[in-house]
Design a protein around this ligand. Structure first.
Ligand SMILES: [Zn+2]
Length: 488
């Protein structure tokens, strides 16, 4: 007995020593900072005028409706004519190509051997949800400037970036800037409804043999109240989850509901949906989420650092903590969301066919074929069929490097305006136009240098979307520094 206790004591001591040593020596793997980059100063610009410009951009109703027939196509023409009139020096310096309503600007660099860079921001916005108009403090399409902010749909997503990019380019052009690397600006017209414009722009670039140093689009911000560290952090998207929908169909004899048979389509469908939902994909700390947790742990210290440094022992603790919140849980696995159910068209009619649509967001390590096969396996034995929905599945993007030159340029240019704020890789769980750029650049990033609290991100696609003048200033200065540093 005594020997056993002694043995256990020695074992615990040894374990404690290993845990302690790993904690002390812990440093995030494969995430670079911006310390090696000499950042250029931002060209001067007038932020109050930029705020007026963002207000003006909001007034063009470039709304991507679910039904494309409802779109007011002339609004895109008007926005583009306004860009040309508002930023004349940029339009003189850059050549412009149009692919439908998607814009590709090129500012040729003097060094033809240098890899170009691609900057992105889309023109369209989502509609205001009917019935919520009255909840807005200011008309969502008036572009009102009040309380130190520009208000309206698109001020953040993504006209804020579009206007800030043009402000930065104009400031550089006025200064007489001559890029060494070619600068491309890609502005998609339909990001909110599929991003066919960005896809076409990517093909356009590929036929011109473009292999960019990096592409930068929206998708991550500086969070002021970052979980785990309770401090600001730059979350730079290095990958996007995939997207797919499966249609589950249960066929059965229809007929009158007064004489229901034993087999009813809706019941079989319900069983299948429950089975699919109960068989969740395992939550794993890997890929961008693992890198993010490592960066946070190095900053946080204490128990967080101890747990992350000793993932071999305490990994389960971290994943279960992250799984508590839907937004961080989404980074750990392919998510399953049964979204639409359909039975018969009338309450006293048995359905001849009942179906469910299940929406999946695919983790970087999964793919659509694997998910279809797994789902079919789960419902084996039930009289249902499982097929892909109408939309073709979209696979997850490759994961971009967190040490590349492009990464370092972005981090350094952002940190020059936000000293001491750490930068972390991040998995974007939604979609952006930049996913189309995987073919023309190995390093595709999603980030805007604006600071938002976690609760403030709700205004994106929600109510009272607004860009503070302070954030607008940060964003323009970030782009101006990045363009001059990367292309200068
Ligand atoms: Zn967007």
């Amino acid at each position: 007995m005594k020997k056993w206790v002694l043995g256990l004591g020695a074992g615990l001591l040894a374990l404690g020593a290993v845990v302690g040593a790993r904690t002390a020596m812990f440093a995030p793997e494969a995430v670079a900072d911006g310390s090696k980059i000499k950042v250029a100063t931002a060209a001067p610009f007038d932020v109050n005028q930029a705020a007026e410009h963002l207000g003006a951009a909001v007034r063009f109703k470039t709304i991507s409706n679910q039904n494309a027939a409802d779109n007011e196509l002339a609004e895109w023409d008007k926005l583009q004519a306004w860009l040309a009139a508002t930023y004349p020096k940029t339009h003189a310096a850059m050549s412009q190509d149009k692919i439908g309503q998607t814009l590709v600007y090129s500012w040729p660099g003097s060094d033809t051997a240098a890899q170009p860079i691609i900057m992105m921001a889309h023109q369209d916005v989502v509609p205001v949800t009917p019935g919520t108009e009255k909840d807005w403090k200011h008309d969502p399409f008036a572009g009102t400037i009040a309380d130190g902010a520009v208000w309206g749909r698109g001020t953040i997503d993504d006209k804020g970036s579009l206007v800030a990019l043009f402000e930065a380019l104009e400031a550089l052009a006025i200064q007489g800037f001559k890029p060494k690397r070619t600068i491309y600006l890609v502005s998609g017209h339909d990001e909110e409804v599929g991003g066919t414009g960005a896809e076409a722009a990517s093909k356009w670039l590929a036929t011109r043999k473009v292999k960019a140093l990096f592409a930068l689009d929206e998708g991550g911000v500086i969070t002021s109240d970052t979980p785990m560290i309770n401090a600001p952090a730059m979350l730079i998207g290095v990958a996007e989850k995939g997207y797919m929908t499966l249609k589950v169909t249960a066929n059965a004899a229809g007929g009158h509901s007064s004489m229901p048979p034993k087999e009813i389509g809706t019941v079989n469908l319900a069983k299948a949906v429950v089975a699919i939902h109960q068989n969740q994909f395992a939550q794993e700390l890997r890929g961008p989420a693992a890198a993010m947790v490592e960066v946070f742990a190095a900053k946080a210290g204490g128990l967080t650092r101890l747990a992350v440094a000793n993932r071999w022992l305490l990994g389960g603790l971290i994943t279960s903590k992250m799984a508590d919140s839907p937004s961080s849980a989404a980074m750990l696995h392919t998510t399953i969301a049964p979204t639409m159910l359909q039975g018969s068209p009338k309450e006293n009619v048995l359905p001849q066919s009942a179906n469910a649509l299940i929406n999946y967001r695919i983790a970087p390590w999964d793919n659509s074929a694997l998910i279809l096969a797994k789902t079919r396996e789960v419902v084996k034995g039930l009289p249902v069929t499982v097929e892909f929905g109408e939309k073709a599945p979209r696979e997850p993007t490759p994961v971009s490097s967190s040490t590349s030159l492009g990464w370092q340029l972005i981090v350094a240019s952002a940190q020059a305006g936000h000293g001491g704020v750490i930068a972390s890789p991040y998995l974007v769980v939604g979609g952006t136009d930049s996913r189309s750029m995987a073919g023309v650049s190995d390093d595709v990033y999603r980030f805007a240098a604006i600071t938002l609290a976690t609760t403030e991100t709700r205004m994106i696609h929600g109510t009272n979307e607004h860009m503070t003048v302070k954030n607008l200033e940060s964003l323009i200065a970030f782009y101006a520094r990045l363009l001059a540093t990367a292309a200068g």
